[in-house]
Write a protein that binds this ligand. Structure first.
Ligand code: NAP
Length: 278
């Protein structure tokens, strides 16, 4: 029987690439998206798609109930992928901006994951794979809300892996460096909604940041990888008898993760400040 997997955030980018690739490999993919129009598009691609907004508990529970009805109560794997970047200096972000970032990148993942653990315990196996980021390990200026959310997800997942150690449920973290997706476009949208037009000490810097966020794909940074680089490691996390705890995607993520381990905080700060593309 084919392996079943629930993926969040399949409207674009890594989630879409993962859904299509795993479908081709013979997985039973439940490709979820928060907008009905994207659910329709995913169905047209031959995927079993359902509406799932990770900010909404009812939507999470309804999607999971429908999936369990279809599978007879089992689910082999979950890839918690949905997320976005709230850019901006910490001092310019409101409590609501930061709460919204955590609702999507942290609390939604926590809720879905804790609902799935009893299913995996009952069936005696499972794979839980979180899409964090190199920014869940290394701090960067003007990404404080996103950093905080991904650091939180790393902490949650590291604890979960320890708590599930003597079960047949494997927990892995995929921490990508820059990947060519709509993440920057969506970050720009969040910037427009929360910060654009506000007068702050960072206003001039935000103008530079905006130029970077709206760069066309062919002008993007040379360190950017394609989504299939993430999916390759996702497949390892799903299929290896001994999946890794952490997969860093792309050489930039690997170098930064290594530097983080060996350098003192203040030296790491200087490198992060110099390398940030505001
Ligand atoms: P993307 O193309 O913007 O995809 C993000 C996905 O998350 C979209 O499907 C988006 O749906 C979905 N999403 C956002 N809020 C949601 C919600 N409340 N409920 C359900 N889905 C929601 O960017 P991506 O790069 O593929 O991002 C996927 C994951 O990779 C994110 O967690 C991101 O933090 C992580 N990541 C990306 C990079 C990178 O450089 N691209 C690097 C490190 C980590 P809508 O279309 O409806 O907004």
């Amino acid at each position: 029987m084919s392996q079943s997997i629930l993926i969040t955030g399949c409207s674009s980018g890594i989630g879409l690439c993962a859904a299509e690739t795993l479908l081709k490999k013979g997985y039973r993919v439940f490709a979820t998206a928060r907008k009905e129009s994207d659910v329709e598009k995913l169905r047209e691609l031959g995927l079993e798609s359902l509406q799932l907004d990770v900010n909404d508990s009812t939507s999470i529970r309804n999607a999971l109930a429908t999936i369990l009805e279809k599978t007879g109560g089992t689910l082999d794997a979950v890839f918690n992928n949905a997320g976005y970047v709230q850019p901006g200096a910490i001092e310019d972000l409101s409590r609501d901006d930061i709460r919204a970032q955590f609702e999507t990148n942290v609390f939604g993942v926590m809720e879905l994951t804790t609902l799935i653990i009893p299913i995996m315990r009952k069936q005696g196996h499972g794979r839980i794979i979180q899409n964090t980021s190199i920014l869940g390990v290394v701090a960067m200026p003007y990404r404080g809300a996103y950093n905080a959310s991904k650091f939180a997800l790393e902490g949650f997942t590291n604890t979960l892996r320890q708590e599930l150690k003597n079960t047949n449920i494997h927990v892995s973290i995929i921490a990508p460096g820059p990947i060519e997706t709509k993440l920057q476009d969506n970050a720009h949208q969040h910037y427009v909604e929360t910060l654009k037009g506000k007068q702050t000490i960072h206003t001039e810097l935000y103008k530079e940041m905006e130029k970077f966020l709206i760069l066309p794909p062919d002008k993007k940074h040379f360190i950017t990888s394609e989504p299939d680089a993430v999916v390759k490691k996702l497949i390892h996390a799903l299929e290896s008898p001994n999946p890794s705890a952490h997969y860093f995607i792309g050489w930039a993520a690997q170098i930064f993760a290594f530097l983080r381990r060996i350098l003192p905080d203040k030296l790491m700060d200087s490198i992060a400040i110099r390398s940030v593309r505001t």
